[in-house]
Ligand binder design. Sequence first.
Ligand SMILES: *Cc1c(COP(=O)(O)O)cnc(C)c1O
Length: 357
Amino acid sequence: MKKHNFSAGPCILPPEVLTGAAQAVHDFEGMGLSLIEISHRDKKFVAVMDEAMSLSLELMGLGEDYAALFLQGGASLQFAMIPYNLMSATNGHAAYLETGVWATNARKEAEAFGKVTVVASSKDSNFNHIPKDFTIPSGVDYFHCTSNNTIFGTQMHAFPKTDARMVCDMSSDIFSRSQDFASFDLIYAGAQKNMGPAGVTFVAVKKDILGKNGRKIPTMLDYTTHIKGESMFNTPPVFSVYTTLLNLRWLKNNGGISWVEARNEAKATLLYNEIDRNPLFRGSAMPEDRSRMNACFLLNDESAHQSVFDSLWKEAGVVGINGHRSVGGYRASMYNALPLESVQVLVDCMKELERRS
Ligand SMILES: *Cc1c(COP(=O)(O)O)cnc(C)c1O
């Protein structure tokens, strides 16, 4: 039986994407060779990379002033590449909004490069909300935020208006909702949350912000290296890039971001309505900051209900809803590929628990 996969990452992918990826591993476009045993310089793979770069920009409505890159090292390496490329060598100063563990990790990396101002933090309330009243100091090299806090189930539903360059970690909600992507100067995402398999990291960067900070940057960590090399300065993770492309095509063929946004909204509404209605459960994030991707919720009385609830959802084929150890309870991740029916199955388990108690 196919499971209802609510895993926080690596994520569920559409069945047709898995089928296409499996096919390409056996025989890539009728070449009689596997995708993973050909040269990445083969024109068939170069075409894959070109399409992955152009389609990602197209889906976000970004123009030629941006470069799309497919890199390695995860979102975690971006935590260092960003200050390396954007923070001035002399009197470098960046502003960070601290909304979760990933945002904190990003901020800590930046501190190795210059002065960092934390404009606001929700750490004292275990990151259960997004701070909204803060000022970005003038003259900073950039402002960094995390659009969706995967572990805590919060999401930024508005972004500050600022003259500072905007840098955003969109690892767990990229391509999930319509946004003014052009208001950001650099967007990055580890692919394995909402784009594709692990092993590749997506970056969209406004080209004119690069090459200006006066630092000597190691070749592999310099965005301009990868722009010039068209994401093939060194051997790219071909399988991850190809599977990501299949997923981007799936998104485009179904109607793009506006289509998936409506679907994501329907899923999140269905689950949060049940969390709020069902007297046995409560949500852990502040309602106005709830994430449409990762819904975190708790049982009000764990000792009375946890074992029954756990066996109910396991029997129903639900997987991946255990909460992160720092929050406890449950976390249902509803990435793009998760069908509404899977959310209905989980909601039915919650209703069944209420009926039995
Ligand atoms: C998972 C995650 C990361 C870390 O991604 P890696 O690719 O594993 O380095 C960073 N930021 C956010 C928001 C995440 O969800």
